[in-house]
Design a protein around this ligand. Structure first.
Ligand SMILES: *Cc1c(COP(=O)(O)O)cnc(C)c1O
Length: 381
C-alpha cells in the first residue's frame, strides 16, 4: 500500500489539474466590508453578512456583555446543562420573525439541515430535492437513508413527475431553498407547497440566505424551515422553525442537538442583538437587494431577486482568472467551481451588503465589464 501522503498528493494533483483545488487564505476583516488579504485592502463582495451586522457596535457589545455574564463557552450540550438563558430569548425572537410556533437553535446551519432531514426521514421514505440545493441538504438526505432524488431547478413539472411515485413510500419530504445560495434566485414556494399538499408531503425550506431579505409566504402544507445565524445575522449557529410538536420531537430525537455542545453565550447574544436590529430597521432590510439591483443594472445583467448575483463564465480556469483580475483591481469576489455548482457553470458570485456604498458598487460594475467584456447570460441547467 502507498504511503498516505503519496495517495493524498496524487488526489490534490488531480484536483489542481482540473482547476478544482481549494486553498485557505488568511483574510483579516477591517470593517466596512473591507478585508486585508496578502497585505492589500480589498472591498469584499463575497461574504454573506448582508446587513453588516457582524461588525455592528451594538452586536459586539451584546457579545462582550454575554461573555462577562456567562463566560466564553457553554460547557455541555443543551440537554445536559448547556441550555443557557439566551437560548429561550433567541428562539422566541426567531419564532416571531419566522411566524412559527417554535424554533430550535443548533450548532450551525449545516447541522440544522442534518438534524431536520435525517431525524424526520428514514429508510422507506422519499426525499425530493431541488437539483441546486446546498451540499448540507444533500448530505442530510444521504444520511437519512431515505430514497433520494433531485428535480430540475425550480421545475414544477419535473417535481410533479417524480411525485407520481409518492405512493410507494411512507413519508415524503420536498426540499428546496427560499433563496438559492449560488444562483440568488428564489424557489416558487407557493407552487411547491401546493404540490406538497396535493401529494401528502412535507416541505423543507432552507432559508439560509432569505432571512431579512424575502418575506415569508403563508403556505398550505406543514413546513419545516431551516436557517442560519451565520449569514444575515452575522453571528454563528443554525435553527429549525416549525410547530411546537416538531420542536418537542427534535429535542428528544435530533442527534446534532443531543450529541454536540451548546453554542457559546456570546454567539447567541450576538445573533439575538442582530435579529432585534434587523426587526426594527426596514431600510436596512431593503438595502442589500437595492445595491444588487444597482450593480446588475450598471453591469447589464438581469434583475436579481436577492443580494446574490452570479456571473456564469462556465469554465473553471476562466473564472479563477476573472476573480484574480478583480482582486488586482481591489475587489474580493468568490470564484465558485464544481462541485459547489454543476459542471460547466463556474461563476463569479457577487454578494452585496448594506455596508457597500453606491459609488463602490458602480465602480465594481465598471471593473467587471472591463475584465470580462459583455457577460454571458446563459442559465445553469
Ligand atoms: C450556508 C448555508 C448553509 C449552512 O449554514 P452554516 O450556518 O454556514 O453551517 C445551509 N444551507 C444553505 C443554503 C447555505 O447557504
Amino acid at each position: 500500500m502507498p504511503a498516505l501522503d503519496t495517495v493524498l498528493n496524487g488526489r490534490i494533483e488531480a484536483l489542481h489539474k482540473a482547476h478544482r483545488q481549494r486553498r485557505l487564505h488568511a483574510v483579516t476583516p477591517l470593517g466596512q466590508a473591507r478585508v486585508e488579504k496578502d497585505g492589500r485592502t480589498l472591498i469584499s463582495f463575497s461574504g454573506n453578512d448582508y446587513f453588516g451586522l457582524s461588525q455592528h457596535a451594538g452586536v459586539r457589545a451584546a457579545a462582550i456583555e454575554a461573555i462577562e455574564r456567562y463566560g466564553a463557552g457553554a460547557g455541555a450540550s443543551r440537554l445536559v446543562c448547556g441550555n443557557g438563558p439566551l437560548y429561550g430569548e433567541l428562539e422566541a425572537a426567531l419564532a416571531e420573525e419566522k411566524r412559527t410556533q417554535g424554533t430550535c437553535v443548533l450548532g450551525s446551519g449545516y447541522l440544522a439541515n442534518l438534524a431536520a432531514i435525517a431525524t424526520l426521514a428514514g429508510p422507506g421514505d422519499l426525499i425530493l430535492s431541488d437539483r441546486l440545493s446546498h451540499a448540507s441538504l444533500l448530505d442530510a438526505a444521504r444520511l437519512s437513508g431515505a430514497r433520494f432524488t433531485r428535480f430540475r431547478h425550480n421545475d414544477m413539472a419535473d417535481l410533479r413527475r417524480l411525485l407520481a411515485k409518492r405512493a410507494q413510500y411512507r413519508y415524503c419530504l420536498i426540499v428546496t431553498e427560499s433563496v438559492f445560495s449560488m444562483d440568488g434566485d428564489c424557489a416558487p414556494l407557493p407552487e411547491i407547497a401546493a404540490l406538497a399538499a396535493e401529494h401528502d408531503s412535507w416541505l423543507v425550506c432552507d432559508d439560509a440566505h432569505g432571512l431579512g431579505i424575502v418575506e415569508p409566504d403563508a403556505l398550505p402544507c406543514p413546513v419545516i424551515h431551516i436557517g442560519t445565524l451565520s449569514k444575515g445575522l452575522g453571528a454563528y449557529g443554525g435553527y429549525i422553525a416549525g410547530s411546537a410538536t416538531l420542536m418537542a420531537y427534535l429535542h428528544t430525537a435530533a442527534r446534532p442537538l443531543i450529541y454536540s455542545t451548546a453554542l457559546p453565550p456570546p454567539v447567541l447574544a450576538a445573533a439575538l442583538a442582530a435579529l432585534r436590529i434587523l426587526q426594527g430597521d426596514a431600510a436596512l432590510r431593503e438595502r442589500p437587494l437595492a445595491l444588487a439591483r444597482l450593480f446588475a443594472r450598471k453591469a447589464g445583467l438581469k434583475e436579481p431577486q436577492s443580494p446574490i448575483v452570479p456571473v456564469i463564465l462556465g469554465d473553471a480556469a476562466r473564472t479563477l482568472e476573472a476573480a484574480a483580475a478583480l482582486e488586482e483591481a481591489g475587489y474580493l469576489v468568490a470564484a465558485i467551481r464544481p462541485p459547489t455548482v454543476p459542471e460547466g457553470t463556474s461563476r463569479l458570485r457577487f454578494s452585496f451588503s448594506a455596508l457597500h456604498g453606491e459609488g463602490e458598487v458602480e465602480a465594481l460594475s465598471l471593473a467587471l465589464k472591463k475584465i470580462i467584456g459583455r457577460p454571458p447570460l446563459h442559465k445553469p441547467a
